[in-house]
Design a protein around this ligand. Structure first.
Ligand code: HEC
Ligand code: HEC
Ligand code: HEC
Ligand code: HEC
Ligand code: HEC
Ligand code: HEC
Ligand code: HEC
Ligand code: HEC
Ligand code: HEC
Ligand code: HEC
Ligand code: HEC
Length: 421
């Protein structure tokens, strides 16, 4: 063996070689093999230590470059401060044993020490995201810090920026047919809480997607697949999740029927707003209505909706002010806020003087439905007959008038012609 690593240099090595001799001669032949193995380990130990010093004798020069002009220098202080500071160069760069380095250097494999993470990445959407998938999120391998350290690329407050190195790119989004979610996330309540308030407990990308085992939302096993979303948001919003699970929507989703809404249908996934914001209140009414078309149409006819449609934003009753937002129940359920028995209380939140006759008012008055709304139905029918009757009468009247006028005109013209002749 040649090269700088294997020249027996330094007093340390000489001492170890002496020790080896001493050990092997002092034990009986019975333990000789064991003693020799131990001694060999001792002998090579200094060379391993020596190897790092040797690598650094060249690579601590930050201006060092390879033939392609790429930097081959290391920030030694940073490396030693990093989580791998005590891992020796050759534990990762296993194929580099001498200088000049071999032509073909194999890429560093992290699997040897991090088998679980490597196999999770292998099965995830990111298996081929980068030439070295691990460095795509952890950054420069020579300066990886514990995830609890603010210098780490995967420190909770840094995660959006880390994922954003790719997911803020239009080109990547277009290439893989994905939405470009970074900017919308940053403007959301979670993004604001993470980036502006430095709130560690707010949702960053990892809170919803996981770290190494990220799957497409089309995969049923993904934390972001439709059926799993309530569970995912519920890890933090436990109270809301419980209310939702007790309601008609939550029960349907739990039973596997994903026609009912999950959290992200009403709140979106990345553009989540504070529910008190006018924008949220205005955009969510049509969302309920996208599934409940009839109720939206009838709501649109009521005073509450008309009020909401006036110029600008007006505070009025929206769907959830009467029905609740999460634990929604059928009107027939005694616990529903729109059950007949609870209407005075429900309407009374805004109409202080609400009484039994006030709540006779129909929030979904559908004049087309005779059985549900007989009074309205017949009123509408009467009004229609009156309207069409009046219109028909006057149309006929006008028509006859017109014909008569034409006849008169013709008569007087003939009379005039006769006179002329
Ligand atoms: C005598 C100086 C010297 C020593 C000692 C040395 N290297 Fe290098 N190393 C270089 C130079 C110069 C380059 C760039 C040219 C090349 O690729 O050979 C380089 C390149 C590399 C590269 C590839 C960089 C690239 O951009 O392609 C790696 C990895 C590397 N060295 C690791 C090591 C490790 C690990 C050790 C210790 C076991 C070590 N080197 C010891 C001088 C040295
Ligand atoms: C935790 C594993 C690990 C340790 C420890 C490590 N490296 Fe690296 N090193 C890598 C990875 C990963 C790369 C990226 C290229 C690749 O995949 O081979 C790399 C790249 C390099 C390069 C190429 C230039 C660059 O920065 O990308 C040099 C030079 C290098 N390492 C030298 C060293 C030296 C010298 C040491 C010891 C002081 C060391 N490495 C310790 C994993 C490691
Ligand atoms: C898509 C981004 C991403 C990729 C790619 C990635 N990681 Fe991670 N990694 C993370 C995040 C985020 C954390 C923080 C996890 C936490 O805080 O629970 C993490 C944490 C870790 C940890 C700490 C222990 C743990 O599991 O939480 C290790 C070790 C690790 N990663 C190794 C790797 C290795 C090895 C690879 C490549 C095989 C890799 N990572 C690829 C995002 C990634
Ligand atoms: C020779 C073994 C070895 C190799 C190879 C190795 N690591 Fe590590 N790694 C460690 C040790 C030891 C720790 C510290 C373990 C601990 O504190 O739990 C660690 C910790 C980590 C952490 C965890 C930081 C945290 O948040 O706790 C990450 C991330 C990480 N390594 C990434 C990598 C990547 C990426 C590679 C490949 C480029 C790699 N490691 C290669 C030994 C290794
Ligand atoms: C509050 C939870 C949550 C957070 C935080 C979150 N996501 Fe998502 N993400 C989801 C859900 C749920 C989906 C499933 C599809 C949907 O509803 O849009 C999704 C879908 C995606 C998609 C696929 C979109 C498509 O076009 O199919 C990407 C890419 C993505 N997220 C990346 C990110 C990144 C990057 C971040 C951080 C900047 C992030 N997500 C933060 C919940 C979240
Ligand atoms: C090196 C660039 C890169 C980084 C960094 C990265 N991703 Fe990705 N990500 C991709 C690419 C490329 C795809 C598409 C893979 C495919 O479809 O084959 C993808 C796909 C995804 C998807 C799947 C979208 C879907 O539903 O189909 C999600 C979710 C996602 N990434 C989230 C994240 C999160 C969260 C992080 C940070 C922890 C992150 N990514 C970091 C490149 C990256
Ligand atoms: C990691 C924990 C976590 C996860 C997971 C999470 N959130 Fe949040 N969420 C928070 C925190 C913390 C806040 C408060 C932020 C603030 O007030 O600045 C918040 C705020 C909100 C708000 C605004 C509440 C208000 O009163 O202003 C809504 C709505 C919301 N999240 C919906 C969701 C939805 C939907 C999901 C799943 C797609 C989700 N969250 C996932 C932690 C989380
Ligand atoms: C059918 C639509 C819908 C679904 C599904 C839904 N929400 Fe809401 N959410 C709303 C509305 C509307 C509000 C505003 C309530 C209000 O202002 O009284 C709200 C309010 C919130 C708030 C603010 C605190 C509160 O209770 O007012 C949080 C947090 C929240 N939702 C999280 C979630 C989570 C987590 C899920 C899934 C388990 C979910 N939402 C499912 C419509 C929905
Ligand atoms: C993604 C579609 C979807 C959205 C969005 C949605 N719902 Fe529903 N909702 C359903 C389904 C499906 C049922 C089950 C009963 C049915 O078939 O009508 C249901 C049931 C109900 C019921 C009970 C009716 C009954 O017949 O049992 C009420 C009340 C209700 N939703 C109100 C709302 C309100 C208020 C919103 C908005 C805050 C909303 N829904 C948003 C799909 C949706
Ligand atoms: C002012 C209060 C109020 C508002 C606002 C309101 N509703 Fe209702 N809703 C009721 C009452 C009371 C009932 C029960 C009587 C009825 O069916 O007319 C009801 C019935 C329903 C039902 C049928 C429930 C069942 O069990 O049969 C659905 C679905 C529904 N509403 C959805 C909506 C949607 C979607 C919106 C918004 C577009 C909305 N509601 C707005 C008060 C309201
Ligand atoms: C979130 C608050 C809110 C709730 C809940 C609510 N309303 Fe209203 N409603 C209003 C506002 C605001 C107006 C317009 C101002 C006014 O006239 O008080 C209005 C107007 C009305 C009007 C027409 C004007 C009037 O006062 O005569 C009727 C009728 C009415 N509401 C009935 C109801 C009934 C019945 C319920 C319960 C099923 C109900 N509202 C629930 C906010 C609400």
């Amino acid at each position: 063996m040649t090269g700088p690593f294997f020249e027996p240099v330094g007093t340390c090595c000489v001492m170890k070689v002496d020790l080896l001799r001493a050990i092997t001669s002092s034990v009986g032949s019975k333990f000789k093999i064991l003693a020799q193995a131990l001694a060999t380990l001792l002998l090579f130990y200094p060379f391993m230590l020596h190897a790092e010093t040797d690598c650094l004798s060249c690579h601590s020069d930050k201006t060092l470059q390879d033939a392609a002009g790429q930097s081959a220098g290391l920030d030694i202080d940073k490396f030693h401060a990093s989580i791998h500071g005590s891992v020796s160069c050759t534990d990762c760069h296993t194929s580099i044993k001498e200088y000049p380095h071999a032509e073909q250097r194999t890429t560093v494999k992290c699997d040897t020490c991090h088998a679980d993470q490597a196999s999770a990445i292998g099965g995830s959407v990111h298996a081929k995201a980068n030439a070295h998938p691990c460095t795509s999120c952890h950054g420069d391998t020579h300066s990886i810090f514990p995830r609890s350290d603010a210098r780490s690329a995967v420190y909770p407050l840094n995660i959006p920026r880390t994922c954003g190195t790719c997911h803020a790119s239009e080109t990547l989004a277009k290439k893989y047919g994905l939405q470009n979610v970074y900017a919308t996330y940053m403007d959301s309540i979670h993004g604001y809480a993470v980036s502006k308030e430095g709130l560690l407990v707010a949702a960053n990308c990892m809170s919803c997607h996981g770290s190494h085992n990220i799957l497409s939302h089309k995969d049923g096993k993904s934390t972001t697949s439709r059926g799993n979303i309530p569970e995912t948001c519920g890890t933090c919003h436990a109270g809301v999740k419980d209310e939702y699970s007790a309601g008609v929507h939550g029960k349907m989703v739990a039973s596997g029927n994903t026609k009912a809404p999950v959290c992200s249908d009403c709140h979106t996934a990345h553009a989540i707003l504070q529910p008190t914001e006018a924008t949220f209140r205005m955009q969510t009414t049509p969302i309920c209505g996208s599934c409940h078309k009839d109720q939206l149409a009838t709501y649109r006819d009521t005073f509450h909706s008309q009020l909401g449609l006036l110029g600008g934003y007006v505070e009025t009753a929206r769907c959830w002010d009467c029905h609740g937002a999460h634990g929604i129940l059928p009107a027939s359920d005694p616990a529903s806020p729109v059950n007949k028995a609870n209407l005075i209380k429900t309407c009374g939140r805004c109409h202080a003087d609400a009484n039994a006759s006030f709540v006779q008012y129909q929030p979904h008055a559908n004049p087309h439905n005779r059985k549900m709304n007989p009074a309205l139905y017949y009123t509408r029918l009467f009004m229609n007959i009156l309207l069409w009757g009046t219109l028909s009468f006057f149309t006929l009247h006008t028509l006859l008038w017109f014909i008569r006028a034409k006849k008169e005109q013709r008569k007087s013209r003939l009379a005039a012609e006769e006179k002329h002749d």
